[in-house]
Design a binder for this molecule. Sequence first.
Ligand SMILES: [Zn+2]
Ligand SMILES: [Zn+2]
Length: 118
Amino acid sequence: MMWRCLNPECADNPGGNAGHEFDSETLMAVCPKCGASRAHPRTGQLLVRLATIHFDPPTKFKGIGENRRACDGKSVLIDDPLKAGLDHFHGATGDPGSVTCRECKQTDKFKAAAAAGE
Ligand SMILES: [Zn+2]
Ligand SMILES: [Zn+2]
């Protein structure tokens, strides 16, 4: 899961995107910089969970994706809110600039698409 700590002192690049991004395997995330913890009633409010946007690789048909996550090959439709329960934390896109999933960004398909868009 991707998280952001909104503590101004944790900002990765002051003046840019607010806060510090980090990964946590649990819902009780703890900021590695300032120690703010989701388990804490006050500092927990500094931590927000970020949506993971996977890369849906393109097919030879323009605008049509494979409907599979580049990172793990799972169907992107399992996260389709119309098909499954609402999941605000996962999505997929064919637009490389909107992808946040770090695993997807490591794939050759993503790199090819990102390079083609430059
Ligand atoms: Zn922090
Ligand atoms: Zn992914």
